[in-house]
Ligand binder design. Structure first.
Ligand SMILES: *Cc1c(COP(=O)(O)O)cnc(C)c1O
Length: 328
């Protein structure tokens, strides 16, 4: 049941033709603020716009030929759907992504544009899940978003790239939602550099892993609209991998307000010239808010860039964007 560095090395070889090893760039502005060297891992330049392609590609490429022929299915409105769609298309596998009728048109189009068939059903993510389960019962292979050994091993390849690009790294700042990304990154980074500190960053609005760690077991939290929309959702009450891995491998977890996340998006744009979605900007935001103090060189992961450009424009223009009020 446990994932090893050999699994991660195998994943890296397997997905090399599908993913891009993303660049690392120094951040002079954050380096000056923090008084320590700060580098940015530009994973929002990953194909499909986020790291989710790594795990999806690893999970799909590990399937047998018979399974590949039956196709894959996922439930997602965002980056997981895009990653599964792209990984499947690049490897000649049929992909179906299920989502509810309430999902906005632009999100649906983005997943279709990556090559998936989209099935629209029901009025909630749970109802979309029912349809996906039906397709899986009919033979398609379900690709889960985070709580799966092949997904975690795929995301862990990002951790290898981080330590190779910055062997002296002392702190890694990583997004935390379901925990597939940070579990993988922490596993790989600590295997290569045992003393490295891994800090998880979530939003105050609906941080399911944070609440679960506090409770000592997976719990549900109320989902709320947030600028860090890719960090929403639960960890699953029957969580198999990520809860334990995060508990054992992540050194601390920090929560951010909506204003702090907005400041992260703005800083990424004006100081780093990067267009990053709210979830992608939380590492920068945590440093700006002084919620993470550095005692040595640091790497900040920018995990995704899929933000509605009208929303991005409003945020960088300095408008106070209240996504909760907009959704009400
Ligand atoms: C999915 C996602 C995350 C969170 O990843 P988990 O594995 O669920 O913790 C962070 N950033 C972006 C851009 C994502 O799409």
């Amino acid at each position: 049941m446990s994932i090893t560095v050999d699994d991660v090395l195998a994943a890296r070889a397997r997905i090399a033709g599908t993913i891009r090893a993303t660049p690392v760039e120094p951040s002079p502005s954050l380096t000056e603020r923090a008084g320590q060297p700060v580098n940015l891992k530009l994973e929002h330049h990953q194909r499909s716009g986020s790291f989710k392609l790594r795990g999806a590609a690893n999970a799909i490429l590990k399937l047998s030929d018979a399974e590949k022929a039956r196709g894959v299915v996922a439930v997602s409105t965002g980056n997981h759907g895009r990653g599964v769609a792209r990984a499947a298309r690049e490897n000649g596998v049929r992909a179906v992504v299920c989502m509810s009728r309430l999902v906005p048109r632009n999100k649906l189009d983005a997943i279709r544009a990556e090559g998936a068939e989209v099935v629209i059903t029901g009025r909630s993510q749970d109802e979309a899940q029912v349809e996906a389960d039906r397709l899986a019962a009919g033979g398609m292979v379900m690709i889960p978003p985070f709580d799966h050994a092949d997904i975690i091993a795929g995301q862990a390849t990002l951790g290898l790239e981080i330590v190779e690009a910055m062997p002296e790294v002392e702190t890694v700042l990583v997004q935390l939602s379901g925990g597939g990304l940070i579990a993988g990154v922490a596993l790989a980074a600590k295997a290569r550099r045992p003393g490295v500190r891994v800090v998880g960053i979530s939003m105050e609005r609906g941080a399911a892993m944070h609440a679960s760690l506090a409770a000592g077991h997976p719990v549900e939290v109320e989902e709320m609209p947030t600028l860090a929309d890719s960090l929403g959702g639960g960890i699953g009450l029957r969580n198999r991998y990520t809860f334990r891995m995060v508990r054992d491998l992540v050194d601390e977890v920090v929560l951010l307000t909506e204003d702090e996340i907005a400041a992260g998006i703005r800083h990424a744009y004006f100081a780093e010239r990067q267009i990053v979605e709210g979830s992608g900007a939380v590492g920068i935001a945590a440093l700006l808010a002084d919620k993470v103090r550095l005692a040595g060189p640091a790497m900040v992961v920018l995990s995704g860039g899929n933000i509605d450009m009208t929303l991005h424009h409003r945020v960088v223009s300095g408008e106070t964007v209240d996504v909760a009020a907009a959704a009400a």
